[in-house]
Structures are given as C-alpha cells and as structure tokens.
Design a protein around this ligand. Structure first.
Ligand SMILES: [Zn+2]
Ligand SMILES: [Zn+2]
Length: 112
C-alpha cells in the first residue's frame, strides 16, 4: 500500500493507491475508459430508453436514438468522498439511462 497524490491535474488528493492507478475514486469515475463500458452495461440492464418517468420527449412519442441517451450517476460523482471506491460509484445501482435533455435538466438542478 502506498499513499500517493492523485495524478489527475489540479486534484492532488492524497490516496491509498492500492490498485496502482494513481487516481482517486472520483477521478477514476470521471476519466479513463469506463465510459463506454458503463454505457453498454446500463443499456443492457435498463434498455435503450430514457428512465425519467416525466421525460418530455418520451411522453411526446419522440424516438430516442442511442446517441441522445446518456448514462447518469444517480448519486453524483462529486458527492462521493474523494477516496471513494470506483466500483461503488459506477455500480449499476447508481446508474440510470437518461436522454440528453433530461440529463441536462438534472445537472442544472443539482449544480445550482
Ligand atoms: Zn483525483
Ligand atoms: Zn428524457
């Protein structure tokens, strides 16, 4: 076990780098090649639909091609502790599929 600084620029959080990735949990969830794998995992589990029950596009019957669907972390990556376990952040129970439109709305609400 080694205590190192997260190597992502401007992060510099001290982490216990037991897996040798040199990134804290948050940076790992945000960067790297997780993205495509997460998408596939989420689509497989939930289907290629917007999961917001109030989705305006879905309720209007607008077809949603995969390129307008995004994988969202239900609990925001930023709300996890800095040394969070990336498996926990990217666990399927913390993922949902949203269309770009609903994803933007959600981000607006959580940021402000
Ligand atoms: Zn970091
Ligand atoms: Zn939607």
């Amino acid at each position: 076990m080694a205590i190192v600084k997260c190597k992502i620029q401007r992060c510099n959080i001290m982490i216990d780098d037991s897996d040798g990735s040199n990134k804290c949990g948050k940076c790992k969830a945000r960067t790297g090649n997780h993205h495509d794998r997460l998408r596939q995992k989420a689509f497989k589990t939930f289907g290629k639909v917007c999961m917001n029950t109030n989705c305006e596009l879905t309720s209007r019957g607008v077809p949603l091609p995969t390129d307008v669907l995004e994988v969202d972390h239900i609990k925001e990556v930023s709300s996890f502790p800095d040394n969070a376990n990336v498996q926990e952040i990217n666990d399927i129970s913390n993922l949902q599929v949203l269309c770009v439109y609903c994803h933007k709305l959600k981000k607006k609400h959580t940021i402000e």
